[in-house]
Design a protein around this ligand. Structure first.
Ligand SMILES: [Zn+2]
Length: 255
């Protein structure tokens, strides 16, 4: 079984002590590729070092996460832009809107999101979207870019059935993570009319551990729990879930 973790922060502090073991456990469990979303300029060095240690296996994105859009966001964005010019990245991410923790920078978040979507469009690379308490606004913001050919992933999707449909109709994919294993998460219902051809798998490590690791540090070796739950929900063999979601990831990222 070949699985791809399309969203994991394996460069973060939580893995400093045992990243080699974490990587080995994941690969032993069939995870062959790990896509690393950027957060802000603080993490770039660690992210690129991990990529260098696992060439072709750990693959970096570049972007400014909405929760890190603050007073200095234009300065942060100039660092993102500089990196996007300096070398190639598989995607711009993670970017988007988060009105859950803090709404003091709504305008700036929207500005940062729009600018980064334009860069992705210019570079003809996909985006990886983080959205929380802002699904409708996010879809509205993405739509004009999607019409121009931009594609990507709504990471850690946990929206409604209607939102799932709108995302898929824009040509975007839904990133399925630990939430699918949560009781009352509502995700199986939201995915009722969505086929595997629109889904990719992710852990969002170290966050959002799937059951039975909910609340613990999440790691990519737990991805099979998510694949298994999705297989159960869709009433399909897990091998098929693995094959199709991995093919989707390859198609989105191109490498
Ligand atoms: Zn993330």
């Amino acid at each position: 079984m070949n699985l791809i973790d399309t969203h994991c922060h394996l460069y973060s502090e939580e893995f400093k002590e045992d990243i080699k073991e974490v990587m080995k456990r994941a690969m032993d469990n069939g995870v062959s590729k790990f896509y690393l979303p950027a957060i802000d300029s603080q993490v770039i060095n660690d992210m690129l070092s991990l990529e260098l240690e696992y060439p072709g296996i750990c693959i970096a994105m570049m972007g400014l996460h909405p929760c890190y859009v603050k007073e200095n966001y234009l300065q942060e964005l100039s660092i993102v832009e500089e990196w996007l010019q300096k070398r190639s990245f598989v995607a711009v991410g993670e970017i988007g809107l988060d009105f859950y923790w803090d709404t003091s920078f709504v305008k700036e978040q929207m500005d940062a999101f729009t600018m980064q979507m334009q860069w992705a469009l210019d570079k003809q690379i996909p985006i990886v979207i983080h959205t929380r308490n802002a699904m409708d606004k996010t879809i509205q913001a993405v739509k004009p870019f999607a019409e121009k050919g931009l594609t990507g992933i709504f990471h850690c999707f946990s929206g409604s059935k209607d939102a799932a449909r709108q995302v898929v109709d824009m040509g975007f994919y839904l990133g399925i993570g630990g939430v699918i294993t949560y009781k009352n998460g509502g995700l199986p219902e939201a995915l009722e009319n969505i086929g595997l051809e629109n889904l990719v798998l992710e852990t969002d490590s170290p966050y959002l551990g799937p059951v039975p690791y909910r609340g613990k540090r999440n790691e990519s070796s737990y991805l099979p729990y998510i694949a298994a739950k999705l297989a159960e929900v869709k009433k399909l063999p897990i091998d098929e879930v693995a094959a199709i979601t991995s093919a989707n990831a390859q198609k989105i990222f191109g490498s």
